[in-house]
Design a protein around this ligand. Sequence first.
Ligand code: EPZ
Length: 460
Amino acid sequence: MSDKTAEGLKLDAKKSGQRVGLTSDEIIINGGRPLRGRIEVRGAKNLATKAMVAALLGKKKSVLRNVPNISDVRVVAGLLALHGVLITRGKNDEWILDPSNVEVAHAPDIDAHAGSSRIPILFCGPLLHRLGEAFIPDLGGCRIGDRPIDFHLDALREFGAVIEKLPSGISLTAPNGLHGANIELPYPSVGATEQVLLTAVLAKGQTELRNAAIEPEIVDLICILQKMGAIITIEANRVIFIEGVEELGGYNHKAIFDRNEAASWAAAALATKGDIMVGGARQEDMMTFLNAYRKIGGQFEVLDDGIRFWHDGEALKPVIIETDVHPGFMTDWQQPLVVALTQAEGVSTIHETVYENRLGFTSALNKMGAQIVVHEQGLDDGQRRVMRREFEQAAVITGPTPLHGAEVEVPDLRGGFSYLIAALAAEGQSKITNLGIISRGYENFIEKLRKLGADFIFEA
Ligand code: EPZ
């Protein structure tokens, strides 16, 4: 996009203080400036939402702290309220969840409210325990694959749930209650592991879960359940053992920080040749990311209250990254990092092994000057933690390629953030639309960009 387009003229108007007529779902960014400064990363989107659902299992109030102000949290809060959970905010911004009057919500209300989230599927176990029934609408979430729930439904049947498929979702009952089960997941699915944990803790008897996900957010959820009175053991080689108990209380918990947001800002520091202190980030949960960051030539310093990430002015180096389950390189980290790799001197490869369509976002980066080829068949690379799956893809990124401004539409959460990074790194002006998706998982990102010195127009 050249500077003297209609947008460029709009910018002149903006400087004179007039509004330029953007919707609240779009932003104009003037790139080419390094991001510098400090931002705070708070609770993880992929833990806080599950912790809120866990409160349904308790007979007492729960308190969740460090909750991010993101739309995924608000959607889950709305769903809990629909089921009679009383949610109030404490004086230190903590969320207080009182499940004492849980009731069945009306299906149309749930359907209308759950739209963009995948979390409703995790209500199954808690609602079956509390009410003996549940209705779960068809799920939303990022379009990065067909996102099936077969592992979830198979596990629920093992616990004794009866599931009926309806036109707009699924209806579940547990005519004989829920009992412990022996479950082996075909793949270490985060959601399916959470489904088993949230169901097994109050099921009669013992549950053994094999090939479980063991991400830090999963361990944090287990800490929450243990605080409520659950008995859960994380054994070696992805085995989790749960002894069902009669009753659970409440919890008081500070949510683990958001590793995905922290990694996104780290990638932004690299791509814009900047220097960002990410308050709240913890080394032990980001070690694989930090190793890759170092191999690319990114600098980082671990402090007690966060991690500082910066570009030292030297040429970035190409890398080969394969996404994997924890403790591998998280699939959520690759999209923002791809933008930095477009500036590396050489050919990098991102082999996406978790989702079947998480490289589509690269076409818009090519529109901005990147040189990325996506190979549908992925790479064949011998031994891996988990089975190879036929839909794997690989992106081959040739750099360095100067990026120039363009008009692009946000496709999904992490791809959207990578477009922000690309626009900030590009020379010239970009316009990004469908911005709302980013607020699903990045708390106050507009304010953070402003604090880091980004040059943009956004009209809330
Ligand atoms: C969680 O999604 C996260 N979302 C994702 O983060 C994250 O990328 C993913 O875990 C992997 O770490 C939340 O926690 C809300 P999976 P989830 O079940 O639980 C297949 C982000 O950007 N699968 O581990 O849905 C599935 O298709 C989001 O914050 C089945 O086949 O991920 C995928 O290929 C994106 N059947 C693989 O397993 C099932 O029943 C991993 O999915 C379930 C999953």
